[in-house]
Design a protein around this ligand. Structure first.
Ligand code: NAD
Ligand code: DAU
Length: 334
């Protein structure tokens, strides 16, 4: 298979690229990435010399770049997105441009190239806050942040291209993913890198909102399983099935690094904070996929990676990172 992996210099996309080249000897991969603040060529350093891999710097919303690349490959796997909920609250425009308009450009190119597969990487956040039970693929989408609304918008275009043009597209909805190479704005890498430096761990509200934390390798194996054995026209939930609160994340990270509980710092809650996501993953499991890495094991591996790779994350925690940080986090007493 010849793959165009968009957003392949980001956290999950780069794991997917490394995994594909390692596990599918016959495959080749072109990565198209805009290299936003979250894109990082260091994530692809280990595959740089592989003759089956090529990197193209560009925007998925640019049809002049996307069209010729689509014509060279068999399938597009779309990871490219603005991905941080808090940034979407401050500046939603780029989310709509990339996650909605960019998805349209890719779908149009896939259609013109006559692709027999298209995979859209989406998120459990499109279901919105799930008070009880587990979301199934046929459930209504009820996004509640500009980020999740833009991801839902991208999905709806995929649905439209399936129905109107018969594009054989698959959507995966993964849960909150963590592991090596994650930009340190998301809770787990932020808490790990702050704790290493004895900085406070900012906990939104009372820290009781839960997420289903999924190790990045499990997420990528799920996407790959859906791509290669999933049914065209189907959506697939991918999650571990756990429910871990923000406070539990902080406690686990602090214990793994032998740091004091006093580093936990309550901050103003995220506006519109979704309290819970929970997925029914039986459709994905019927394809033979199941997660292999539990939360305790995954956190240990992730903590060890950040401890061993300060040259990867220290340069990221400078300049714009701290400007956003200062704007985003407010002490509860302020
Ligand atoms: P990330 O922010 O680490 O990486 C996104 C990548 O996309 C970066 O390399 C960035 O440079 C690139 N990109 C952004 N805009 C682009 C554009 N217009 N054109 C080309 N490239 C562009 O994100 P991630 O955490 O790796 O997430 C990847 C995908 O998985 C996203 O679609 C996200 O919505 C989805 N997802 C993420 C999670 C999670 O917990 N991180 C869970 C489920 C689904
Ligand atoms: O569920 C899938 C989604 O997971 C992906 O689609 C998104 O791209 C990804 O960013 C992630 O979204 P979340 O909003 O769940 O992740 P985040 O790490 O921002 O927050 C996780 C939880 O931790 C959430 O309840 C908010 C809380 N939190 C987060 C940060 C950054 C804190 O308490 N403090 C923080 O500093």
């Amino acid at each position: 298979m010849r793959l165009l992996v968009t957003g392949g210099a980001g956290f999950i996309g780069s794991e997917y690229v490394r995994m594909t080249l390692r596990e599918h000897a016959e495959d080749s991969v072109v990565v198209l990435d805009k290299l936003t603040y979250a894109g990082n060529l260091a994530n692809l350093e280990s595959v740089r010399g592989d003759p089956r891999y090529r990197f193209v710097h560009g925007d998925i919303a640019d049809a002049a770049i996307v069209g010729p690349l689509a014509a060279e490959v068999d399938v597009i796997v779309n990871f490219a997105a603005e991905s941080h909920v808090d940034r979407s609250l401050e500046a939603p425009g780029q989310f709509i441009q990339t996650d909605v308009y960019g998805t349209y450009v890719l779908l149009e190119a896939a259609l013109r190239a006559g692709h027999e597969r298209f995979l859209q990487v989406s998120t459990d956040e499109v279901y919105g806050d799930v008070e009880s039970g587990r979301s199934r693929e046929a459930d209504a989408l009820r996004p509640r942040s500009p980020y999740s609304a833009s991801k839902a918008g991208g999905e709806m275009l995929v649905w439209a291209y399936r129905a109107s043009h018969g594009l054989p597209a698959i959507i995966t909805r993964g849960s909150n993913t963590y592991g090596p190479h994650q930009y340190p704005e998301k809770i787990i890498p932020l808490f790990i890198t702050n704790a290493i430096d004895d900085l406070p761990l900012p906990i939104y509200g009372d820290g009781s909102a839960v997420r289903d934390y999924l190790f990045v390798e499990d997420h990528c194996r799920g996407i790959d399983t859906a791509l290669r054995t999933g049914e065209a026209g189907c959506d697939y939930n991918i999650g571990l099935g756990s429910e871990v609160s923000g406070l539990e994340v902080a406690d686990t990270v602090l214990a793994a690094l032998d740091k004091p509980a006093a580093l936990k710092q309550p901050v103003r809650d995220r506006p519109g904070h979704d309290r819970r996501y929970a997925l029914d993953t039986s459709r994905m499991r019927s394809l033979g996929w199941e997660p292999r890495v539990g939360f305790a094991d995954g956190i240990r591996r992730t903590v060890d990676w950040y401890l061993a790779n300060p040259s990867w994350w220290r340069p990221l925690k400078s300049g714009e990172f701290w400007e956003f940080y200062r704007r985003n986090y407010r002490r509860v007493t302020e």
